[in-house]
Design a protein. Structure first.
Length: 56
């Protein structure tokens, strides 16, 4: 059996790949940042903050 340790952030427009151990887990999905986990609402509309990713 193969264990998955990295996966794409669950935020659809996000380009980040995140370590499951370091990810923010919400509703059984893994996110690279709190902004992505919260759906980019209110103050989080600037994206995830990771270099090279412009998700909103």
């Amino acid at each position: 059996m193969i264990a998955v340790t990295m996966m794409k952030c669950a935020c659809k427009p996000c380009l980040c790949v995140v370590s499951i151990a370091d990810a923010i887990e919400k509703n059984d999905q893994y996110y690279c940042s709190q902004a992505c986990a919260n759906g980019h609402v209110n103050e989080n509309k600037k994206g995830c903050g990771h270099k090279g990713c412009g998700c909103v």
